[in-house]
Structure formats: structure tokens, C-alpha cells
Design a protein around this ligand. Structure first.
Ligand SMILES: C[S@@+](CC[C@H](N)C(=O)[O-])C[C@H]1O[C@@H](n2cnc3c(N)ncnc32)[C@H](O)[C@@H]1O
Length: 198
């Protein structure tokens, strides 16, 4: 597989177990920042009732599309370009928007676009699931996450582990209410929000 990531391989089982608890039957899911598509390929194969729509920036799309074509099950849709910087979202609605390890990679401006755009793309009662590390009351959950944050910022000054409260408040202002903050292996969290009736 092109662009294989050991990290994505390690966490895919734990994330799948939580998503499976939340996802309704016959759901359409939009993944933002699919990367090499490892989560899409593994999870869609296990969740055959889900139509899984992978997406990423244009530069990543050839790798993602090749991997999905080679290893994906029939319920994975052809990957689409979704660049948070361009803020162009699919016209149809989804029952779930899922994004793993993107919020701490993109700038806070693009992180805000991720939450606002996903909220608009969700059907009534739709879910937003965000996987990754967060800070709480300004503190990292572990020293290793503090080190990870420094490493991220050395690569790109705009990257960095976000405050849980900032994410939650942005989501709330976008009409999403926090349903669960699940502690995951390797000092990560899976935040699950639900679109509330406006
Ligand atoms: C650390 S990787 C995570 C990949 C995958 N979700 C995973 O968990 O293994 C971060 C992803 O964010 C994507 N990304 C970065 N900037 C983006 C943008 N402006 N719009 C959409 N995706 C972006 C990258 O292309 C990459 O696939």
C-alpha cells in the first residue's frame, strides 16, 4: 500500500469499535483527511452497511484513489478532493463526518473550517467524530503529548494539539452537542458530537 502509516494501522481497531457503537444502519459517512486510506479500507470492510466517502487534498488524492481501488471494499466510494483551505464541501448530506489526526496537523483556522463545514454537511441527528490528542484546561494529558506538540510545531508552526474546550465550543456554536469524549489508546481521544435540531 502506498503511504502506509504504522500509526493508522495501530489505532484502526480501537476507533472502529467506538464508531460501530455510534453509527446508525445504512449510514453515509464522509471522512476528512483520509491520507493513504487505511482507516477507510479497514473500517468500510468491517461496516458493510456504511457507504464510506474518503477525501483529502488534491495532492494526496492519487495515492488515496490507488489504495482504495486496490484494497477497498465495494462500499467505499471513489475518493473526492476536499481541501479545508478551499472550504468546498460535497453538496449531499452525510450521517457522519469522521476525521482522524487532522485537527492537530492543520492550522486552527482550517480546524475551525473542518468543524463548521462538517456541521453543515451533516443530516439531522448526524454525528461528527474527531480522533486525536487534545489539551484540557490548557494542559497536555501526558508528557509525550507535550513532546509531540513541540515536534509538530517544529515541522509547521501552525500545527499543534488543540484545546478540547476550543473544539467543543466551536462545535456547539455550529449546532453540534458533545455526546462522548472517549479516552483511546496512546493518549488520544475520540470526540463524538451530534447535530442538534435548529
Ligand atoms: C496525520 S495525517 C492523518 C491521515 C489519516 N486520517 C490517519 O489518521 O492516518 C493528516 C491528514 O490531513 C490531511 N490534510 C492536511 N491539510 C489538509 C487540508 N487543507 N484539507 C484536507 N486535508 C488536509 C493530510 O493530507 C493528511 O492526509
Amino acid at each position: 500500500m502506498e503511504g502506509f502509516s504504522p500509526g493508522a494501522d495501530n489505532n484502526k481497531g480501537a476507533i472502529l469499535a467506538v464508531l460501530a457503537e455510534w453509527l446508525p444502519q445504512q449510514a453515509r459517512l464522509l471522512e476528512i483527511g483520509s491520507g493513504a486510506g487505511q482507516h477507510a479500507i479497514h473500517m468500510a470492510d468491517e461496516l458493510k452497511h456504511i457507504d464510506w466517502q474518503p477525501s483529502d487534498r488534491a495532492s494526496v488524492l492519487p495515492m488515496l484513489t490507488n489504495n482504495v481501488a486496490a484494497y477497498g471494499s465495494a462500499n467505499i466510494l471513489t475518493p473526492i478532493t476536499l481541501d479545508l483551505a478551499e472550504d468546498t464541501w460535497p453538496a449531499e448530506t452525510f450521517h457522519c463526518a469522521y476525521s482522524a489526526n487532522v485537527m492537530h496537523i492543520v492550522s486552527s483556522e482550517l480546524g475551525e473550517k473542518l468543524i463548521r463545514g462538517a456541521a453543515k454537511a451533516l443530516a439531522e441527528d448526524g454525528l461528527l467524530a474527531l480522533y486525536g490528542p487534545y489539551k484540557y484546561a490548557g494542559d497536555f494529558t501526558t508528557p509525550s503529548n507535550a513532546d509531540f506538540d513541540l515536534w509538530l510545531k517544529e515541522r509547521d508552526a501552525q500545527s499543534g494539539i488543540r484545546d478540547f474546550e476550543w473544539v467543543r465550543d466551536l462545535a456547539t456554536r455550529s449546532g453540534l452537542s458533545l455526546q462522548e469524549d472517549r479516552q483511546m489508546p496512546a493518549n488520544n481521544q475520540l470526540l463524538v458530537f451530534k447535530a442538534t435540531a435548529s
